[in-house]
Design a protein around this ligand. Structure first.
Ligand code: SF4
Length: 225
């Protein structure tokens, strides 16, 4: 049974270019201080099950392009693989937001997924600074490699808070992703609202990355708070 903390019936922002509903699966093994869904980090935050999700989807056939599995970290739950498969069988496109903590499960689910939004939180050797867990960077890199190997449509995204990532860190991330063949990268300025407030609210956000970094990608977007 899936533990789902919330379902957004219609969204145009969670999967760029698609009208999708979003299922926020409960539970996440990491603890990023900028998390906007930190109440979903606990698996106890669930209010719905997969039965609720699929009853909803049954009524939305023909009205939505797809469903996005988000979180929390959706791949923390084994049932996410079966849910993606079932949604596909119902005729929906399937999107997935993931932090990359479960590369093996990502490989299992990829055959049923049309688009992945993968967080790239830091240079691979600096993940612990952002998500608080040793070895997280290796897992995230393995997830990126799995997505690239599968050839799934992929958006990488980096949340930038100046206390967590220096300009040099952001440059390292961009150059590494481009060298690996990533074509889509979005940088999201830190948003204070909805977080635990652990990080200082910066009044001067990074305005954008240098143009030469943006130019490394076929699609680049800077998302403001
Ligand atoms: S990985 Fe995502 S859901 Fe988990 S704590 Fe970090 S920002 Fe929140």
């Amino acid at each position: 049974m899936l533990r789902i903390a919330g379902i957004t019936p219609f969204s145009t922002v969670d999967w760029p270019g698609k009208l999708a509903c979003v299922a926020f699966l409960a539970g996440c093994p990491w603890a990023c201080p900028y998390c906007q869904n930190y109440e979903l980090q606990s698996a106890r935050s669930a209010s719905y099950t997969d039965a609720d999700l699929f009853a909803f989807l049954e009524q939305r056939k023909g009205l939505l392009d797809g469903v996005v599995l988000s979180g929390g970290e959706p791949l923390a739950q084994e049932g996410a693989v079966q849910a993606a498969r079932r949604a596909r069988e119902m005729g929906f496109l399937v999107g997935l937001h993931t932090c990359g903590a479960y590369p093996d499960r990502l490989r299992e689910v990829l055959p049923f997924v049309d688009w992945v939004g993968l967080d790239v939180k830091a240079p691979w050797d600096s993940y612990e600074r952002v998500c608080g867990v040793a070895g997280a960077g290796e897992l995230a890199l393995a997830s990126l490699e799995a997505a690239l190997e599968a050839g799934v449509e992929l958006e990488t995204r980096t949340t930038w808070h100046p206390d967590l990532l220096s300009a040099e860190d952001v440059s390292r991330i961009a150059r590494d992703l481009a060298a690996r063949g990533v074509r889509t990268w979005a940088v999201q300025a830190y948003r204070h609202e909805g977080t635990t407030g652990e990080l200082a609210q910066k009044t001067v956000y990074p305005s954008d990355v240098p143009a030469e970094l943006a130019a490394l990608f076929e699609h680049y977007e800077f998302r403001r708070a």
